[in-house]
Design a protein around this ligand. Structure first.
Ligand code: PEP
Ligand code: MN
Length: 359
């Protein structure tokens, strides 16, 4: 689907990178919402987020304060002039949020995975002109993410943006949700006009990862940041470990180095041309390697030998990774690369084997 996006920037919001959205994971009490909002407004934040309905992995956790929290957001808007934003997951949420004058909406990661839910939201927004930001689905499925934009666009919502919040994985190490940066980068390639925000709070899951993740997002040319900020993060009712106080947020934002996008110097383009030509050489060499490998396949077939020769394969892995280490390439990288190459070799030899058999 061809999509022509319109700006998500409401009047008065500076288009300069990063566009910042901040606020608590959840609206908890009227005081918590207002105090946090005022502290953020005082530091120049223009878009305030707060979850009213919270999707939780298991029942029993804090599932959001619900509609009684919407008037608190309304007060934020009246008293600070900030735009207010919340998460919607159902038709009812949309209805309630619009009634309360919420300015922008986001769709959460657990909703984006479900095309029925996204379609329901899209249908309930027909005829409404409101910016909608869509978080990536919890699983690393770019098509599903793009599908959500298409559903909303199809319903006439043209002010769209993406929020990268990382992807679930079974083994959690550093991150709560793996960044898998290549996915938002591929989204940018597929939909170049779509603004992309990074949510370092949900990717990192801990405070100390917020600053480095923000910097990485800026270095990758993301347009904005959505950061969880709470007046007293330690006592937050949800996602306590990943929220920062408004003054810390201000400090983090001030430390960011924003590199100029348009400064593609002559030098850089010359270096890029070098990279282009080296990549071409790598591909040519790989094609040559596959040709030789197919010849080996023919030989193996004629001599009734199996495709897999394990000792030979282990020897290749060992010997090449040592070679790579001497060239400052990491052993893991060289091994991974050779595994991929070997897999393709085997695939090509298998084609040869079956062709011969069919003859
Ligand atoms: C949130 O923004 O608080 C939230 C629930 O995020 P996600 O949908 O990314 O898990
Ligand atoms: Mn949260």
């Amino acid at each position: 689907m061809e999509m022509k996006f319109e700006s998500i920037l409401l009047p008065g919001v500076d288009p300069k990178r990063p566009i910042v959205i901040a606020g608590p994971c959840s609206a908890e009490t009227e005081e918590q919402v207002l105090e946090t909002a005022k502290a953020l407004a005082a530091r120049g934040i223009k878009i305030f987020r707060a979850g009213i309905w919270k999707p939780r992995t298991k029942p029993g956790g804090f599932e959001g304060i619900g509609t009684i929290g919407l008037p608190w957001l309304k007060r934020v808007k009246q008293e600070t002039g900030m735009y207010i934003m919340t998460e919607v997951a159902t038709r009812d949420h949309v209805f309630e949020a619009l009634k309360a004058g919420v300015d922008m909406l986001w769709i959460g990661a657990r909703t984006t995975v479900n095309p029925f839910a996204v379609q329901e939201i899209a249908d309930s927004l027909k005829g409404v002109d409101i910016p909608v930001l869509v978080k990536n689905p919890v699983n690393p499925d770019l098509e599903l993410w793009i599908g959500a934009f298409e559903r909303l666009y199809g319903a006439g919502i043209h002010r769209l943006a993406a929020i990268h919040r990382g992807f679930s994985s079974y083994d959690k190490k550093i991150y709560r949700n793996l960044p898998l940066w290549h996915i938002p980068i591929e989204l940018r390639r597929r939909l170049p006009e779509l603004p992309i925000f990074c949510d370092p709070s949900h990717i990192g899951g801990k405070r100390e990862l917020i600053a480095p993740l923000c910097q990485q997002a800026m270095d990758l040319s993301f347009d904005g940041l959505m950061i969880e900020s709470h007046r007293d993060p330690d006592v937050a009712w949800s996602d306590a470990a990943q929220q920062i106080a408004p003054d810390v947020l201000d400090y983090v934002l001030n430390l960011l180095v924003i590199r100029d996008e348009n400064q593609t110097t002559e030098n850089l383009s010359a270096l890029r041309r070098q990279i282009d030509s080296i990549d071409e050489q790598i591909l040519e060499l790989l094609a040559k390697r596959m040709r030789v490998s197919r010849e080996i396949g023919i030989y193996k077939k004629e001599h009734n030998m199996p495709i897999l020769q394990s000792p030979r394969y282990s020897e290749i892995l060992e010997n090449r990774s040592n070679m790579g280490a001497q060239m400052d390439l990491s052993t893991d990288f060289v091994k991974e690369m050779l595994k991929e190459i070997h897999e393709e070799s085997v695939r090509q030899q298998m084609i040869i084997m079956s062709e011969e058999e069919n003859n």
